[in-house]
Structures are given as structure tokens and as C-alpha cells.
Design a protein around this ligand. Structure first.
Ligand code: LLP
Length: 403
């Protein structure tokens, strides 16, 4: 992904910034499209993972729809020319203003999470003299085996309608004349790397579908959500996910009724590997038992380690650059580094919080003030979750095709 030419360009750009490799993004989309098209599956990109205009434009150009979780995401998707008929709107707490935005754009579907929300959407649609298409987000009670903050498909989570509520909801729907039930929606969590969790989801969906069939309710669309995880440890070796295996699993295990369409809402799987947070070392400091490498990027730019103890691979690109020039400009990621040359650093940010730490006892070549440090696999839930805490400047983005 990195070579000495790119790293020397980074030297003249103020840090910190997000660097997006557009070739990686496009190749990911090529693979995703090729494999999902085999089965006629429809993929809505989960805008929340990365909502940069340039990234959204490319994703839209590959024919994906948009999965939005706020009125502003809907507006952004429309601004980036996503077809409203390919926009789904999820979220456990949609405000009246946001519902009205979605109604005004006649989006494809509201993924509804409670009866009360359905009543409000019905009311607002009625006031506009329109009908809203809805899917019921059902909590399938499937354990996604992921971090507790990003698991969503268990009854103890706030998301979705529980199975024991279905009778009530269906009975109530009869009186909600401005709603049209067009689908069922599921989403069991995020950063799920055990593909068997999706197989379990398929089995649950099949059971739940039988319930609807036995109640003579036709469902046109099955939306299985997103959640597929990426390899944070080996971003070069596993840069591209096995989209063939992922979509085949759904094709093999979902029992579809005639004419039913399958929808996905992938976010991380699309954008994680194309993004890297680039920062510089401000200071090297000796601690009692460790060395600190203090970066000019912190939890304000990349919050995932502080919030979920998430791992992002940390690389010193300056070291590799010097070495790669010596070794005839070979690609940075191919450079050998032996353990004996490595020193342990706690890699931390500048923010006044002890949780502002990207990694403890990280093995790096000897590192100095001014070195360029890469935090890999940061394209999803990186820039979008950045903040201005400590009144810091908002982080910038740099695209591989613009430098
Ligand atoms: N659909 C729904 C209803 C969702 O809630 C989410 C993510 C997605 C789709 C997309 O999931 P993905 O394919 O990206 O896993 N900030 C956390 C991740 C939160 C995910 C929230 N929901 C992180 O940094 O890991």
C-alpha cells in the first residue's frame, strides 16, 4: 500500500490527516459488485462508516445504495446523487424532523425499530398525504461474538423489535394505513469475523420468515444488514475480503420465497482498508518501564482504540522510507525488519486523557521526533467519529489520486 514515493509526499503534508487509497477502494468495490451481482443481491453502503463526498461518489458510481441513520446522512446521500429509491433509513431514535426529510425524498424504506416509531411515521406520512414503505427491524437474538458495544442482535440490546412483540405489531399495523410493510430487517452487530454468525442469522431469518408465511403475510425484501469484519492485524495480507464466500453463504443458507430480494448494509467491509491515519511523532519520552512515542494525532482523530480497545496496526513509515531508498526503492511493506532492531513504545496521542493511547508496548524500529506514523485500517469509523475535543482542528483528508 505504501512505497517510498508516497511517503516522501507525506513529508510535505501537514499532519495529522486521513489518507485514502482510491485504488484499494475501487478494487474492493469491484470484488463486492462482481460477487453480489451473481445472486442479484442489493448492497446499501452504510454511510455512517465514512461519509466523505469523494468516497460516497465512488461508491455510488458502482451502483450501491445508501443505508442512512440520520436526516443529515439522507441529505448527504441525496447530495451525492444516490437514488432515493436506493436509500434505507435505520436507527432506534428517528426524530420527527428526520422522518419528514425521508418522507420528502420518498426513500425506499424505513427500517422500523418499535411500534411507537411506526405510529409516528404513520402520522407524519398521513399529514403529507403519502405512504411510507417500512421494514420491521427484528431482533433475531443471535450472538455476533464481537465487542459488547457493537453487538446489536441480542434481546438485551436496545435495537429492533423482539420476537415476542411480533403479534402485537402485526395486529397494530392493520390500522396504520399510511404504512406499507415491504420487508424484514436484521443487523446483528459489527466487526464480525466469524462467518458462522451469519449462517446462524440465516437460520433465524428462515424461522422468522415461516412465522410470516403462516400468518399469510407476504414479505418482498429481506435485509440482512451489515457487520462483516476486516483484518486489523494483517491489512496488507488480507486487504480484500472474500466477498465470494460471504455472498455465497447467504445464497446457500437463506430460504427465499419467490421474487424476494435480498439487501445488505455493509460499511466497514467497503471502506476500512482504504484508509490510514497519518501522523508525526512530536516527542519521544522515557517512562518508568516504557518509552512513549507521542503523536500529533490522538483519540480526537481516531477514537476506536479509546472507545473499544480496538487494535490498529502501527507502522513507522519514515524508517521504512530510509531503508527502502537504500534497498533500491523497494515497496515499503515488503521491507524486512528483524525483531532485534525493534524497540517497544507506548504510542499515545496529545489529548489530556489517559485513554488516549493507540497501542501499548508496540514494536517499532527506533523512532524519532518527526517520523511519520501510520495507523492502518482506519477508513471505517475513523474520520466520521473524529471530534474537536480540546478545541482541536478537524482532521483533514488526502486522496491518493490528488497527490
Ligand atoms: N446496518 C446497521 C443497522 C448498523 O447499525 C450498522 C452499523 C451497519 C449496517 C454497518 O455495519 P458494518 O458493516 O460497518 O459493520 N463505530 C463502531 C462500529 C459501529 C457500527 C454501528 N452500526 C466501530 O468503530 O467499530
Amino acid at each position: 500500500m505504501f512505497n517510498s514515493t508516497i511517503v516522501s509526499k507525506f513529508n510535505s503534508i501537514p499532519t495529522p490527516f486521513y489518507y485514502y487509497d482510491m485504488d484499494v477502494l475501487k478494487q474492493t468495490l469491484n470484488l463486492l459488485k462482481k460477487e453480489s451481482d451473481k445472486y442479484g443481491f442489493i448492497v446499501h453502503y452504510a454511510t455512517k462508516a465514512n461519509a466523505n463526498n469523494k468516497i460516497l461518489d465512488i461508491i455510488r458510481s458502482y451502483g450501491l445504495g445508501a443505508d442512512c441513520v440520520s436526516g443529515n446522512e439522507i441529505k448527504k446521500a441525496i447530495e451525492c446523487k444516490f437514488n432515493p429509491n436506493h436509500i434505507v433509513f435505520a436507527g432506534v431514535g428517528k426524530s420527527d424532523v428526520e422522518i419528514n426529510i425521508a418522507l420528502d425524498h420518498s426513500i425506499f424504506c424505513f427500517n422500523c425499530e418499535s411500534l411507537q416509531e411506526m405510529e409516528v411515521i404513520n402520522e407524519l406520512a398521513k399529514a403529507k398525504g403519502t405512504t411510507a414503505s417500512i421494514a420491521l427491524r427484528i431482533n433475531p437474538n443471535v450472538n455476533a461474538n464481537t465487542h459488547k458495544y457493537i453487538t446489536t442482535g441480542l434481546e438485551e440490546n436496545k435495537f429492533g423489535i423482539n420476537l415476542w412483540e411480533l403479534d402485537n405489531v402485526i395486529a397494530a399495523l392493520k390500522d396504520l394505513k399510511n404504512l406499507k410493510l415491504i420487508g424484514l430487517h436484521f443487523h446483528i452487530g459489527s466487526q464480525i469475523t466469524d462467518i458462522n454468525s451469519f449462517k446462524t442469522l440465516c437460520m433465524r431469518v428462515n424461522e422468522i420468515q415461516s412465522w410470516f408465511v403462516s400468518h399469510k403475510i407476504t414479505i418482498e425484501n429481506i435485509n440482512v444488514g451489515g457487520g462483516w469484519g476486516v483484518d486489523y492485524h494483517e491489512p496488507d495480507k488480507n486487504r480484500y475480503l472474500d466477498f465470494a464466500a460471504y455472498f455465497k453463504l447467504y445464497n446457500d443458507f437463506l430460504e427465499l420465497r419467490p421474487g424476494q430480494k435480498v439487501h445488505f448494509e455493509l460499511g466497514r467491509a467497503v471502506v476500512a482498508q482504504c484508509g490510514t491515519l497519518i501522523s508525526r511523532v512530536l516527542y519521544i519520552k522515557k517512562g518508568v518501564n516504557t518509552n512513549f512515542a507521542i503523536l500529533d494525532a490522538g483519540m480526537t482523530e481516531l477514537m476506536r482504540p479509546a472507545l473499544y480497545q480496538a487494535y490498529h496496526k502501527i507502522e513507522n513509515l519514515s524508517k521504512y522510507q530510509v531503508a527502502s531508498i537504500k534497498s533500491q526503492d523497494s515497496a515499503v511493506s515488503e521491507l524486512p525488519t528483524t525483531d532485534s532492531l525493534l524497540i517497544k513504545y507506548d504510542v499515545v496521542g496529545p489529548i489530556c486523557e489517559s485513554s488516549d493511547c493507540f497501542g501499548k508496548a508496540v514494536n517499532l524500529p527506533e523512532t524519532f521526533r518527526g517520523d511519520i506514523i501510520a495507523l492502518r485500517t482506519a477508513g471505517a469509523y475513523g474520520e466520521v467519529m473524529s471530534s474537536a475535543y480540546n478545541l482541536r482542528d478537524r482532521v483533514k483528508s488526502v486522496y491518493s489520486d490528488e497527490i
